[in-house]
Write a protein that binds this ligand. Sequence first.
Ligand code: PHE
Length: 337
Amino acid sequence: LRGEALQELQLVDTPQQLNDLRVKYLGKKGALTEILRGMGGLSAEERPIIGQVANDVRAAIESVIDKKQEAFRQAETNNRLLAETLDVSLPGKQLPSGAVHPLHKVAQEIEDIFIGLGYTIAEGPEVEEDYYNFEALNLPKNHPARDMQDSFYVTDEILMRTHTSPVQVRTMKAMNGQTPVKVICPGKVYRRDDDDATHSFQFNQIEGLVIGKNIRMSDLKGTLLQFVQQMFGAQAQIRLRPSFFPFTEPSAEVDVTCVQCGGNGCRMCKHTGWLEILGCGMVHPRVLEMGGYDPEEVSGFAFGMGVERIALLKYGIDDIRHFYTNDLRFLNQFARM
Ligand code: PHE
């Protein structure tokens, strides 16, 4: 019986077969059990001897069964581990992800620089009242300078803002005559222009306004130089050209050295070495007055810069339409910058 059982056990190769054999030999109706049951009919001398033999056989069979079982368990665990193996060296799946738009990125950089200089951010509506966009900025109705900014009117009194300067007015009114005022106002502006490489009916500006005691033109110039050098590098310089805006006096337009050619002259700066990036000036006394300030007590400066212009210059892009046509080949170049 022992030989037979052990031989059969050698051939087992599934846990099911092993269990069948356990039943066959050791089960309630198993062969060995049968023998043990038949021991009642043996003599007193035979019983311990046969009993001893039967127990040895049982132990031998059990030990083989246990070993086999352990082997199956091992194999199963191994298989499971194998099946669950992760190859961590495989390249991951590339999920398509968006990226910050270059214009937004530049606007954020500009904001960060001014926040670092102690400015806070103010915002205003893109659909604006004529009063804030023009009147309160010293551009009364029929003022010829309104033609500087051909406007989209919604009604007689409502238009798409042509610049971010109306936020100057809104900020002054909200401040109720308090100083200091130190804000920048980013946002979209709209003008009735035909789109081309340097014009768009919609573009982005960032306005700046500072009001306080003894604010002077030199403060404006120092602020802008600081800004430009943080934006374009320490070698960047600015120059102020006298200009005219109804809401500032004196007024200036500011050029920055062309960072694309280092000021040596290239297509980007039309071979002048300079690129115009903003308009600015000392806040006009009439504008201060309309904003609720006494021009005898306080003074201020303001500037308005074109975000597209700064992005063009920074990245050496020759056509602002690239910013709006959403060509991924263009946009993806900025994804990792
Ligand atoms: N609002 C002017 C423009 O759009 C720029 C400007 C802002 C000029 C503030 C002076 C002061 O061109």
